[in-house]
Design a protein around this ligand. Structure first.
Ligand code: ARG
Length: 459
């Protein structure tokens, strides 16, 4: 025999849910993360109900006092939630009823769980977005400070992971700064879309009660209320934007982590990570592994997955609320928790790494990354660039066979190749000169890098 458990929505039911079915429908195991926001939303709602006379001032005061007590108990870790009560909204209401009696039943006047859950998520994400923005600012400042310190540190610039042209390490770092600065702009825009109050949309169509949506929006610190009640309860774009922005952010973090992983390998030896951001091996005593960088790279997978998950949940939903929407939360929580900690880890890891400047710049001295300099030198003296390119290409081949580099070629050989080449070629071929001379806007020239740093600091 199935027993009929008491449900807040149980009036029209004769039979109760079986436990395992109830478990399937419940969200309390994860939506309790929004408990604080649920209570805050209720506090704003009941304040407005009292002010508009929809309930009496005494009723409002009693409910408020009860909610405040619950908030205290929540913060002290004393609230116990149950699967019977399905989700955070009904758990809080049940706890409130236990606290203050039947007057608690007036709280849900002119409200539905549909606008309530949307309100909770807007509040949760607003707080998380502010955290993400702060952490991104910190990461950006770590990158700009490092770039400042390493404006004159020269490293091989790569294409196809092959030495291409020497660049300033500061310039390389500022490329990442730019990516994260764009991420910041995306999250700031995301915050605008999140800063809107769905409260008062009720189930879908608004309410016959004379509610004041502007007031609850203000009380909760939102910029404004949603202008369409159907949109208010079924919009999850603000979460999708967050998941998309977070995916791009994770991709950026994953790219720099991939570089960090390369750079601290024996083959590169460009950097050493601090012990605090490295781990050892249980079998190989010598190992110092860049686990944290690998984990950030790896965790990009779950963040992309959360985006794809919610896009798929949303794609065919008719208006307005559908229970499918309960699937919007875990991915949002997981992504918010993943990106906030990943941002801290990355900033800390970069801030504490040791840069082996000599190794970096030496890597540009035993290679052909100055071949463009020679071609440019000839082109500058009037040889068409295509011809210059061919001449240098042949010389690179010759050097490769002879086991030397362009800077090792004697002047006599250079002058056989072209009478345009003079003694100053050796200075031209130095990687320091190559970097210094790249003064085109946004180039790696030291002065350009300094300008980028100045602009970044202004921001
Ligand atoms: N737990 C639900 C969710 O997360 C709350 C809204 C329930 N609304 C409803 N009409 N069943 O979406």
């Amino acid at each position: 025999m199935m027993t009929k458990k008491h449900k807040l929505w149980g009036g029209r039911f004769e039979a109760g849910l079986e436990d395992w079915v109830e478990e399937f429908g419940a969200s309390i195991s994860f939506d309790q993360k929004m408990a604080k926001y649920d209570i805050q939303g209720s506090l704003a709602h009941v304040t407005m109900l009292g002010e508009t006379g929809i309930i009496t001032a005494e009723e409002a005061a009693a409910i408020k006092a009860g909610l405040e007590k619950l908030l205290e108990q929540y913060e002290a870790g004393q609230l116990v939630f149950t699967v019977d009560n399905e989700d955070i909204h009904m758990n809080i209401e049940t706890l409130l009823t236990a606290e203050i009696g039947p007057v608690a039943g007036k709280l849900h006047t002119a409200r539905s769980r549909n606008d309530q859950v949307a309100t909770d998520m807007h509040l949760y994400l607003k707080a998380k977005l502010k955290e993400v923005l702060e952490k991104l600012d910190h990461l950006c400042s770590v990158l700009v400070n490092l770039a400042d310190k390493h404006t004159y540190t020269i490293m091989p610039g790569y294409t196809h992971l092959q030495h291409a042209q020497p660049v300033s390490f500061g310039h390389h770092l500022l490329a990442y700064y730019n990516m994260f600065a764009r991420d910041r702009e995306r999250f700031a825009f995301n915050l605008e879309h999140t800063d809107i109050s769905p409260l008062g949309a009720a189930a879908l169509a608004g309410t016959t009660f004379p509610i004041d949506r502007e007031r609850t929006s203000d009380l909760l610190g939102f910029a404004k209320p949603y202008s369409n009640s159907l949109d208010a309860v079924s919009d999850r774009d603000f979460i999708l934007e967050f998941l998309a922005n977070a995916s791009i952010l994770m991709m950026h973090m994953s790219r720099i982590c991939e570089e960090v992983i390369n750079w601290c390998s024996k083959e590169f030896s460009f950097i050493s990570l601090s012990d605090t951001f490295s781990t050892g091996s249980s079998i190989m005593p010598q190992k110092k592994n860049p686990d944290m960088a690998e984990l950030i790279r790896g965790k990009s997978g779950r963040v992309y997955g959360n985006l794809l998950g919610l896009l798929t949940v949303m794609k065919s939903l008719p208006l307005a609320y559908n229970k499918d929407l309960q699937e919007d939360k875990e991915g949002m929580f997981d992504t918010a928790e993943t990106v906030t900690v990943a941002l801290d880890i990355l900033a800390g890891m970069l801030d504490t790494m040791t840069v082996h400047e000599q190794v970096m710049s030496q890597a540009t001295e035993q290679d052909f990354s100055n071949a463009t300099e020679l071609a440019d030198y000839l082109a500058d003296k009037g040889l068409p660039f295509r011809e210059a390119h061919a001449v240098v290409g042949k010389l690179v081949l010759e050097c490769t066979k002879a086991g030397c580099y362009l800077q090792d070629v004697p002047l006599e050989r250079y002058q056989e190749i072209s009478d345009l080449i003079e003694e100053d070629i050796y200075d031209t071929l130095r990687s320091h000169t190559a970097v210094e001379r790249r003064q085109s806007l946004g180039g790696t020239g030291f002065d350009q890098v300094k300008q980028q740093i100045q602009q970044a600091r202004k921001k």
